[in-house]
Every structure is written in C-alpha cells, then in structure tokens.
Design a protein around this ligand. Structure first.
Ligand code: GDP
Length: 425
C-alpha cells in the first residue's frame, strides 16, 4: 500500500521502463513526475517493442490510471503522437490523465534548445534538443504556461504577450533567428490543445483521495540520480530533479506516503551525452560492450547516439542509491555480461594520489581515475533463468559483490529485455 518510486541510480537508461512495466499490474496509478519527452523508456511485451518518451510505462495495463504530473514538461504534440503509435500497434487505449498544473512545452522552447547547442558548437552539453532546459528555465522564471490555462484563447494570448518579448529578444539578438508571433503560436497550439483537453484534470486531489482509499501508486522517474541538477554531475545534468525525493512534488502525493524506493541499477555503466564518466571505456572492449549492450546495442532511445559505456561503477552507484534513498535495487542487463572471461568492477577512484570510495564533487570527478577489481565471468546465457538460485555461481557472486559495494539489497534481477526475463532475489 502507498507509493512506490521507481528511479534510476546511474546516468539514465538503466531499464526503468521495463521495471515499471513489470510492476505496473500491481499498481492502480502510474505517475510521471519530472522530465519530458527527452528520454526513452524501452518496453518489450506481448504487444511488441515500444519506446515511450512521455507516456507513463503503465499504459499497457488497462486497469491502471496513467498520470502526467505537474512536474513534467508536456509536449502535447509528442504525447498525441505516442498515443497514436500505441493505437497503431494494437494496444487498447490506456487511461491517461494530465494534471491541469502541468506546464506546456512550447515550440519556442524546442527551438531555443537547438539554437543554444548550435551556438555552443564543440562545447555543447549533448542536449536531446527537446526544449527541456529552456522549458524549466521559463518555469522558474515564472514565464511558463500551465496546460489548464491554454484552453481560453484570450488568457493564452495574454500569457504569450507577456512571455514573448523576452523570448524574441533572445531569439533575435542572441541567436539571430526569426521571432515568434502570438497569432502563429495560437494557431499551432489550439488544435492540439483541443485534443488534449479531455485528459486534463485536477490530479493532485485525485491521487490524495486514491491513497486514502488504500490504492497503490507507482512513481516513474526519468533519467538517473547522476543527472539530478542538485546532486548529479551539474551542469551535465538535466533540468528537473530525477530523485524520488522530488516525486511527491512533481506527482502531487504526500511525501510520507512513499514507502518503497526501487533504484534501478545497470550491471555495467552507460552514459549518453557529455560530462565526466570515470569508467569510460574508449578501446575495443568498449566497442564490444556497446554492441552487446541493451536489447540492440547501447544507442540512445531518443537520439540514436552511441552511449559511452564502461564497467560497473560502484562508487557512482553507491552514491546514486544514497541520494535516491533506495530501499531496494533492481539490477538490470546482467545477461549482457555473459560473454566475458573476467568482469572488472570499479570499486574506488584515485584522485590526486588519494584512493576513495566516496563519490566526489564534480570538479574532483574530472580528475578521478578508476580502480578495478576483477571477478570471474560465467560465460553462458542466463536470460531464461527465473530465480537467483538457478544462476551460475559466478553470476551469483557478481550480484552479491555489487550488493556489498552499494550497500542496498538487490531484490529484482532483469536478465533480458522482455517483460518475462526477470528473477526475484
Ligand atoms: P530506461 O530509460 O531506464 O527505461 O532505459 P532505456 O529504455 O533507455 O534503455 C534500456 C535498454 O536496455 C533498452 O534497450 C531495453 O530494451 C534494454 N533492457 C532493459 N532491461 C534489460 C535486460 O535486463 N537485459 C537486456 N539485454 N536488455 C535490457
């Protein structure tokens, strides 16, 4: 009973979508509480393979109410496209509600993101160019627009007239690009908004009421702990908090209701975009891990960009689990490592001649070098295994060593990309 949060403990792409899809049948509500359509959650189930960007991963369960919480960046057109994609693949229409407080990601947010990465050139952050940073920038500058406000054309016009002078100043003077016009934006937004309108509700009261009635709520995080703007590798972070602690705010549930925090942890490391990544494997071993990783190689689910990969980083993951407040871990992609004779684990960093197992500040992180221990591999396919005890002894030892290093119990193992490829520990 209560609220479970499923969140990433690494740099994102840990396989959260798969874990949420697997846990969703036990939930009444699945809520996205932060981020937008800038990352993809890959799900492979009996309907096929899907990459969800904005839709909560409970959409394959018709009894589940899926909620887009106030903390999300709502790209309305992208959401409708995703719903159409589900329909085209024969998935029955999901129950979906959007908080009236969720702010709308505007066409200018997306373009400002593109212009900024263009301007930064080689120094760019590796943004997915979905408009997320300009969106959250506007939100905290109080220049955002809540979805509940956009159905009244006069009110929307007034809001845009307030916002656009600043946006257009930036566009024109800083980026040398064409300005946005209120009329053009309204023309673009209005038809999309009409389709979204029936889904918009007061979800905070709905969720509070549901919890009073003993319903089960699952919060779905996007990206991972190391992308959190406060506790991650800022400025190579995202622009909204990726932590379970932000869940009650971004979803609209009481903080005291969260009683289970499932940190999803990857059995090796991957990091898309720029920023310090201590275990970066830049040689042929990295190329092989990238090709063998994920369900079809380690390439960004949204952008198709190759992800940087490396061995398991216990220093970063222990920290990621700590800042998530993890009560348990789901360890994913263990099957990928089945080709290796020896499997290195990064157990500590060396920084300026000092050895540490504590994740350092971002400036020190730039100078950190990985220290590895090696565990024997198991050299077999484990994707069919359904219980921890049936894993080869070396795979069991690898899981137990990770558990020892990160100091959080591992309760679920994901042993392949499909929904059923799982084992309880
Ligand atoms: P998310 O954003 O955390 O949901 O993760 P992504 O979907 O971006 O990336 C995870 C990738 O790993 C996807 O390609 C999944 O299909 C795949 N995947 C998830 N769990 C497993 C697993 O246990 N084994 C393998 N081989 N692939 C997995």
């Amino acid at each position: 009973m209560g609220v479970t949060a499923v969140v990433g403990a690494n740099w994102g792409d840990e396989g959260k979508g798969k874990i949420v899809d697997a846990l969703a049948p036990q939930a009444d509500y699945v809520v996205r509480f932060q981020g937008g359509n800038n990352a993809g959650h890959t799900i492979i189930n009996h309907y096929g393979k899907f990459v969800l960007h904005l839709l909560p991963s409970g959409v394959f369960n018709q009894d589940v109410v899926n909620v887009i919480g106030p903390g999300v960046a709502l790209n309305m057109a992208a959401l409708l496209e995703e719903l159409e994609g589900l329909d085209a693949a024969g998935v029955p229409a999901p129950q979906l509600v959007i908080s009236q407080r969720t702010q709308v990601l505007m066409p200018y947010h997306k373009l400002l993101d593109v212009y900024e990465e263009e301007r930064l050139g080689a120094a760019q952050f590796g943004s997915t160019k979905s408009g997320i940073a300009p969106f959250y920038g506007d939100k905290y500058l109080k220049l955002g627009i809540q979805v509940g406000e956009i159905f009244d054309e006069d009110a929307l016009r007034q809001r845009l007239e307030r916002v656009l002078p600043r946006t257009n100043f930036l566009t024109r003077e800083y980026y040398g690009k064409p300005e946005f016009s209120v009329d053009q934006l309204i023309e673009e937004i209005a038809p999309v908004a009409e389709k979204i309108r029936p889904m918009v509700k007061g979800t905070t009261r709905m969720l509070h009421q549901a919890l009073k009635e003993g319903k089960e709520v699952l919060l779905e995080g996007q990206l991972g702990a190391l992308r959190d703007p406060d506790h991650g590798i800022y400025p190579f972070s995202t622009s909204s908090s990726t932590l379970a602690g932000y869940g009650p705010i971004g979803a609209g549930v009481p903080a005291y209701e969260i009683n289970r925090i499932v940190a999803v942890v990857k059995a090796y490391s991957s990091c898309v975009g720029a920023g310090p990544f201590v275990v970066d494997l830049t040689d042929a071993r990295g190329d092989e891990l990238r090709e063998r990783g994920g369900d079809d190689g380690e390439y960004g689910a949204t952008t198709g960009r190759p992800r940087r990969v490396g061995w398991f980083d216990a220093v970063a993951t222990k920290y990621g689990c700590m800042v998530q407040g993890a009560t348990e871990v789901s360890l994913t992609l263990l099957d990928v490592l089945g080709y290796l004779d020896e499997i290195p684990i990064c157990t500590a960093y060396e920084i300026d001649g000092e050895i540490t197992t504590e994740f350092p500040s971002v400036s020190e992180l730039q100078r950190a070098k990985p220290i590895y221990e090696e565990l024997p591999g198991w050299k077999e396919d484990i994707s069919h295994v359904r219980s921890f005890g049936d894993l080869p002894a070396n795979a069991q030892a690898y899981v137990k060593e990770i558990e020892r290093l990160i100091e959080v119990p591992i309760k679920i193992l994901s042993l392949g990309p499909k929904r059923e490829d799982m084992a309880l520990v």
